[in-house]
Design a binder for this molecule. Sequence first.
Ligand code: HEM
Ligand code: HEM
Length: 169
Amino acid sequence: MTTLQKSTKYPLISIALHWFILVAVVGAYVCVWAKLYNPWHFFFGALALVLSVVRFVTMHALAKRKPAIIPPISPLQNLAALVIKIVLALGFIILPLQGLLGRAFYGRATDFWRVEIFPAFDVNPEIASKLLQGHVVFAYVLLGAIGLHAAAALFHHFVRKDNTLKRMM
Ligand code: HEM
Ligand code: HEM
């Protein structure tokens, strides 16, 4: 039974990280739209960063334990899914860093409830504005990537009726 579970699902750590990161990322977007920047947008964004770094490391370490999709998909579909997964895995490391660095170059430290998690740098409005403009554009690019990735997962589950999504639950 244990052996069967290991081979049909992602390792528990991958599943937990995947869904916790989703919660943090959704939190960061919702707080932008609700105009709750300080501390909530920054808090969920920084949480997404920490969890995404842990995921990036474990993803590689656990790559061999990735369960098979049944029935198998074509090499082209596999490649498309892999590209989006890499964009998402790296993107949610780069995006929060752009936010933290952008603030830092405006001379603002990022702190939560008086605990500083990222320092202020010497003010450089040019770099700061470039980083934050990049942050906004990249945030919407990644939103599109999440949409594609989630739509593909739902297509696999409800239309193709394979085990793609069940492996991540
Ligand atoms: C998952 C992580 C994050 C996501 C998805 C995200 C998303 C976004 C989005 C969508 C906007 C644009 C709002 C608009 O439409 O104008 C924005 C703006 C901003 N974000 Fe983030 N963000 C993240 C992490 C962070 C972090 C960690 C910080 C800094 C601590 C940060 C700082 C900012 C700032 C200062 C702005 C305002 C930029 C401006 O209007 O010039 N973000 N973010
Ligand atoms: C913030 C949003 C999301 C991000 C950043 C994200 C990122 C990722 C990454 C990096 C992987 C590879 C995990 C690994 O190999 O350990 C993955 C796999 C997966 N994700 Fe997401 N994901 C997001 C949202 C979603 C949503 C909303 C769904 C479902 C509707 C979903 C379903 C899946 C499934 C089924 C897999 C396994 C796919 C496969 O093995 O090819 N993800 N995701």
